[in-house]
Design a protein around this ligand. Structure first.
Ligand code: NDP
Length: 337
């Protein structure tokens, strides 16, 4: 059984040496257990947080254990009454080829356009986009919605759901190719490349009526450009802050702008609301699947994967994703279906 162990915790940006590739025997199962073969491994920004040992909403990944991660796996052996050999399941096997489970946290996946989509549009990131936008963002026709990481699984879904609600959707993405895709394929009204020198000015031009909903995925300079444009009674679902995940515990350089930001929130009656998808909305997963599945099947929502071949390439693909070198949902193909 090949596995990537978390070998050490990063200080700032993660590096190859934080992971160690090991070969171990394929585990055997007892009564009540299943043996899972990983076919697809999801790589997600939250994994950067799990590499740290600081207190968070979920316990840290353990040193010298397989790195944590969601998987789409095949049941290859079963001594569990609810699973049989050949079942496709959504599991949390982590960065390894085989895993033993007692069935807890393992769910059979239904009939999907593709099994790996259970890690993206019809899984955790799609669910995050749906609940964050619908419940906290409360989109209404004619409003302006801004979302960054606009071609990733969360951002692309947020923007397309916003369009279906009749919003003026402006994406923010890294590079011209991603921006073109957001406009031409996803149907956004505009998409601004955050690498541009004149990014803040371009964003203001694309939002002539200000911003009613900012779905926060990245923080940093995108937040800085968005904040002055937020309208009275704007909603800001705080979903993620990927631009800061590698910055460690040190404070950023520059003056403290907290008073100005808080004053803006107060005077413009802005509602900012952080959420952790399964903690806050776990019981609404069936509602999400019921709403999203037909939209995906009817191609009213488009989905793009950034598929990496081979478990050995997982660390590099993870580093690349944090830097925006992915174009779509990052998935590692660990084995043939
Ligand atoms: P993506 O696949 O979109 O990957 C992250 C993207 O962030 C990169 O591709 C890059 O896109 C962008 N990015 C990276 N650095 C910067 C930067 N400095 N400035 C601007 N953009 C940057 O990720 P997901 O769709 O999976 O996740 C999006 C966000 O949602 C993350 O913050 C994640 O942590 C959060 N999340 C939160 C959940 C919750 O429960 N609260 C659950 C799931 C996800 P580009 O090249 O376009 O800039």
């Amino acid at each position: 059984n090949q596995a990537w162990l978390l070998a050490s915790r990063p200080d700032g940006e993660p590096v190859k040496e934080n992971f160690q590739l090991v070969e171990q025997p394929i585990p055997s199962i007892k009564t009540g257990e299943i043996l899972l073969r990983t076919v697809y491994l999801s790589l997600d920004p939250y994994m950067r947080g799990r590499m740290d040992d600081s207190k968070s909403y979920a316990p840290p990944a353990q040193l010298n254990q397989p790195m944590v991660g969601g998987t789409v796996s095949l049941v290859v052996e079963s001594q569990h009454p609810d699973f049989k050999t050949g079942d496709w399941v959504l599991a949390g096997s982590g960065w390894q080829r085989y895993a033993v489970s007692d069935g807890s946290g393992v769910a059979k996946i239904g009939d999907l356009p593709h099994p790996s989509w259970a890690l993206g549009i019809l899984g955790m990131p799609g669910f995050t986009a749906y609940m964050g936008l619908m419940d906290i963002g409360q989109p209404k026709a004619g409003e302006t919605l801004v979302v960054a990481a606009a071609t990733g699984p969360v951002g692309a879904t947020v923007g397309q759901l916003g369009k279906l609600r009749g919003c003026h959707v402006v994406g923010v993405a890294g590079g011209e190719e991603k921006c073109r895709y957001a406009i031409e394929k996803l149907g956004f009204s505009a998409c601004i490349d955050h690498h541009r020198e004149d990014f803040a000015e371009q964003l203001a031009n694309a939002c002539p009526d200000g911003i009613d909903i900012y779905f926060e995925n990245v923080g940093g300079k995108v937040f800085d450009a968005v904040f002055p444009l937020l309208n009275t009674a704007a909603r800001v679902p705080i979903c993620g802050l990927v631009s800061t995940y590698n910055s460690g515990k040190t404070l950023p350089a520059g003056p403290d702008r907290t008073p100005q930001i808080l004053s803006g929130i107060l005077k413009r009656r802005i509602r900012m609301h952080g959420f952790i998808i399964f903690q806050d909305y776990g019981d609404r997963y069936p509602e999400f699947l019921q709403a999203m599945t037909p939209l995906v099947e009817q191609q009213k929502i488009h989905y793009r994967e950034h598929m990496i071949d081979g478990l050995e390439n997982a660390p590099q693909a993870f580093f690349d994703m944090l830097k925006g070198k992915n174009f779509g949902k990052t998935v590692v193909k660990v084995a043939e279906e």
